[in-house]
Design a protein. Structure first.
Length: 260
């Protein structure tokens, strides 16, 4: 029998509905005009925008490492809703590496749409894991499913109309959700995901992205902010992998009642 929604699940549902309403009803937002004008466009052994392309490798490495941890695990903490959500997250990192590398070979709107579609899987897996860890397995599965369904819609809205708002709501609202979830204690049986570390790496990645040209100037053309952004964003997966690699440790919340 299906249990009624607890207060945290109801709050999550309300937040999702508010995000959808904002994306649908708020004024249109256009993408920055010179978005594709990245600071470092140097060629290396015939590869255009080489460092922005090659810096996607950490996404693939962390994604593959995470999938390997899941494959080698037997029972324990890698069960229930957490396992498919973690698989979605790590497979999404590999897909992100491929799609982002494709985009940076020749940055344009078509490639950017592919890049963003690649990010949806990783983002949905991460949000699902966070919601599972801090609210419930049911909330995590709902969250991941909602992002998987709405993410491509947000990308297609931008492609067809130029309105970036739905994608901005998905990305910004998703990270705000992770921040709010980080303020809650893990529920019974949770992994105890280090969400604060994930947030810190993501915040650094966004700062580097915004400072693309400034970082390139400060390093005297050695490396750009966008190149470093890829590495920092991939490192957001490191705390999750470290937790999985070390195995489940006895934590106070593993014996605590689920808090609504």
């Amino acid at each position: 029998m299906q249990h009624p929604l607890n207060p945290a699940e109801r709050g999550l549902l309300v937040a999702l509905l508010l995000a959808i309403a904002t994306a649908c009803l708020a004024p249109s937002v256009a993408q920055f005009e010179h978005y594709h004008a990245f600071a470092d466009q140097r060629h290396l052994i015939g590869l255009p925008c080489a460092l922005d392309v090659l810096s996607n490798l950490p996404f693939a490495l962390f994604g593959g490492w995470g999938l390997l941890c899941l494959r080698n695990s037997h029972g324990g903490q890698h069960t229930g809703a957490q396992r498919p959500l973690a698989t979605l997250f790590f497979a999404g990192l590999v897909l992100t590496a491929l799609c982002s590398a494709w985009y940076h070979l020749r940055p344009d709107d078509a490639g950017l749409a592919i890049d963003r579609l690649g990010m949806v899987s990783a983002f949905s897996g991460l949000l699902g894991l966070a919601a599972t860890d801090r609210i419930s397995a049911r909330a995590g599965l709902w969250t991941a499913a909602a992002v998987l369904a709405l993410g491509p819609v947000a990308v297609m809205v931008w492609v067809s109309s130029g309105n970036l708002l739905p994608w901005a709501v998905l990305q910004g609202g998703g990270m705000l959700l992770i921040v709010l979830l980080a303020l809650r204690q893990p529920v019974t049986g949770a992994w105890g995901l280090p969400l604060a570390a994930v947030i810190a790496w993501y915040a650094l990645a966004k700062a580097l992205e915004l400072g693309d040209h400034l970082v390139f100037e400060l390093t005297q053309g050695l490396v750009s902010g966008h190149t470093l952004k890829h590495i920092a964003a991939a490192l957001a997966a490191w705390p999750v992998i470290l937790l999985m690699h070390n195995g489940a440790q006895a934590r106070p919340w593993q014996h605590r009642a689920v808090r609504a």
